[in-house]
Design a protein around this ligand. Structure first.
Ligand SMILES: NC(=O)c1ccc[n+]([C@@H]2O[C@H](COP(=O)([O-])OP(=O)(O)OC[C@H]3O[C@@H](n4cnc5c(N)ncnc54)[C@H](OP(=O)(O)O)[C@@H]3O)[C@@H](O)[C@H]2O)c1
Length: 259
């Protein structure tokens, strides 16, 4: 097969959690351009509809599911809807997540700890369990977990360490699932982004204007990532181009973790 053909995703259907904005939206664009049909999940119906309209211009089928993945119950409901309406699913991108709190550990409420774990880790576990079970039965599938370099190092200048813990666990969930599901032809990999310019970070930079300069000074390439720069990595991991890769973490951070 010609080399670029191995990156094609024609005839595949991809679920992207948090696919309406930010990195998830950029991944959706890339997967659709590579030929995949999409199912996008997010809470806000209007933003989802907007993303759907834009993504339909790729010529792919684009479906949306409105749901909240911040609770186990919400996540299970979303998975049921996806399986009832859109199975079979070939590609799952567990992208929902975020830090959302800047509270030192000595003051961190248990409820906040749990909420951030549920959002970043439990949602990925449940989506992988529910959709991955069918991939295992079908002997094919690719799961991509959007972790963070915060799962590899500890960020300076911001607290809320549940995030680091959840992303580190997500990376190890990636490895355990990869080992367990390799015999069934299901590959599981992670992407660990550094700092990208999405709404989540715009909010942090608004609250703490000095943070952006500080973060940029920690990145050898000297700038934040643009969301579209994650797309090619997602296509690679989703497609046969990475057929011999499972359990890996692709670091996409402008060199942030080099120093
Ligand atoms: N941006 C970065 O620099 C960066 C760096 C490292 C890792 N990451 C990781 O990359 C992922 C995406 O980050 P991002 O910056 O692109 O985030 P974002 O801009 O805040 O976008 C988040 C997406 O997820 C959806 N979403 C948020 N909460 C949800 C919930 N409870 N249930 C369902 N959907 C939900 C949002 O839509 P609704 O609000 O409508 O629900 C939106 O589509 C996260 O896992 C994050 O930890 C990001």
């Amino acid at each position: 097969m010609a080399i670029l053909e191995r990156f094609r995703l024609d005839g595949k259907r991809a679920v992207i959690t948090g696919g309406s904005r930010g990195l998830g939206r950029a991944i959706a664009q890339a997967l659709a351009e590579a030929g995949a049909d999409l199912v996008l999940v997010a809470r806000d119906a209007d933003t989802l509809a907007q993303a759907q309209t834009q993504l339909l211009t790729t010529g792919r089928r684009v479906d949306v599911v409105v749901g909240d993945l911040s609770t186990p119950e919400g996540t299970e409901t979303v998975c049921q809807t996806i399986l009832e309406r859109f199975a079979p699913i070939d590609i799952l991108v567990n992208n929902v997540g975020g830090r959302r709190i800047n509270v030192p550990t000595e003051d961190l409420a248990l409820a906040d700890w749990q909420r951030i774990l549920d959002l970043n880790l439990t949602s990925a576990f449940l989506c992988s369990r529910e959709l991955g079970r069918h991939m295992v039965q079908r002997r094919q599938g690719s799961i991509i977990n959007i972790a963070s370099i915060a799962g590899l190092i500890v960020f300076r200048g911001i607290a809320g360490r549940t995030y680091e813990v959840a992303k580190a666990a997500l990376i190890h969930l990636t490895r355990t699932l990869a080992a367990d599901w390799a015999p069934f032809g299901v590959r599981v990999n992670a992407i660990a982004p550094g700092a990208f310019l999405t709404d989540a970070n715009r909010r942090w930079f608004q609250e703490m204007p000095q943070l952006r300069t500080k973060v940029e000074s920690q990145i050898p390439l000297g700038r934040l990532g643009n969301p579209e720069e994650i797309g090619p990595a997602a296509v690679f991991l989703a497609s046969d181009a990475s057929s011999y890769m499972t359990g890996t973490v692709l670091v996409l951070d402008g060199g942030h973790t080099l120093w």
